[in-house]
Design a protein around this ligand. Structure first.
Ligand SMILES: [Zn+2]
Length: 217
């Protein structure tokens, strides 16, 4: 499978969106995206990372798999040409446009535990993406639980693999208005945390809003 790392713009116009929602800094979004629909995520102000997961809508246990997705395309980065697949190999989402070209598959979601290890014990009570994920799935109690919070995609995030095999959270490169689009290949549950992190540059140390748009076929 060939992955393009060129910026690819969408032919869609936001005036044609059937639904739009602003995700404030530090909050989340969890809603279905039905087969044939397209989800656009826009980095409204620039340099604002967000954490992203997806599930088979009709079988939530079959969640996004970073391992399956990376192995299938033989590349740790995702862009236009990538299909996000589940643990069972089911195709959920295909990336059809990307004007940022800086998404990460390995860095994971911020959590109070990792914050304290990385940035000190005083960060223990700061809000994290894991908090947001937990709040979102609590709205679907009985269908989703902690075990479903698996390694995620970091959208608009620059976390590079360095020559010594370590990782570093770098300043983002997404400009205001950058966006990425996912077309649903099957009915999918989308889970997003608009990252509240203020201890590394993934949100420019000052988290801002994102906006989502949904388009029908
Ligand atoms: Zn985060």
């Amino acid at each position: 499978m060939s992955i393009s790392f060129e910026k690819v713009e969408s032919k869609r116009n936001i005036k044609d969106a059937i639904y739009t929602e602003v995700i404030p800094a530090g909050l989340g979004y969890m809603k279905p995206l039905y087969k044939g629909q397209t989800l656009r995520i826009e980095d409204t102000h620039g340099n604002q990372g967000l954490d992203f997961l997806c599930y088979d809508l009709h079988n939530p246990e079959d969640h996004y798999s970073s391992t399956q997705t990376i192995c299938r395309q033989k590349n740790i980065y995702i862009n236009v040409g990538t299909t996000l697949v589940t643990e069972s190999g089911k195709e959920l989402l295909k990336i059809t446009a990307d004007t940022c070209t800086c998404q990460d598959t390995l860095g994971g979601a911020c959590a109070c535990e990792s914050n304290t290890v990385r940035y000190g014990h005083h960060t223990l009570h700061m809000r994290t993406c894991r908090d947001t994920f937990l709040e979102c799935i609590s709205e679907f109690a009985g269908q989703y639980s902690k075990v479903d919070l698996v390694p995620n995609v970091n959208i608009f995030a620059q976390i590079l693999k360095l020559p010594d095999n370590t990782f570093e959270f770098l300043d983002g490169i997404s400009a205001p208005g950058s966006y990425i689009e996912f077309e649903a290949l099957n009915d999918t549950m989308i889970l997003i945390s608009n990252c509240p992190q203020i201890n590394n540059p993934c949100s420019g140390f000052a988290p801002t809003t994102n906006q989502i748009y949904i388009f029908d076929k």
